[in-house]
Design a protein around this ligand. Structure first.
Ligand SMILES: [Zn+2]
Length: 64
């Protein structure tokens, strides 16, 4: 039995963490939902925290 769980294709820029759904689109931002099998999220990624910080800074919009 295969899994139909998908993940928001734009979660890295739109969300703090992967957003999973059973539908064709992200329920939070409307982006395409893609098969989650090739997980884009690596909890051991040494640069993960750096990227998250960069996104947070970018979201606040003080990058002038
Ligand atoms: Zn999304």
């Amino acid at each position: 039995m295969k899994s139909d769980i998908r993940v928001c294709s734009a979660w890295e820029t739109e969300h703090e963490r992967p957003v999973y759904t059973l539908g064709d689109a992200c329920p939070r931002c409307g982006a395409d939902a893609v098969n989650s099998a090739p997980a884009p999220f690596n909890p051991e990624d040494p640069y993960g925290e750096y990227r998250r910080r960069a996104r947070r800074r970018d979201r606040r919009g003080d990058a002038d």
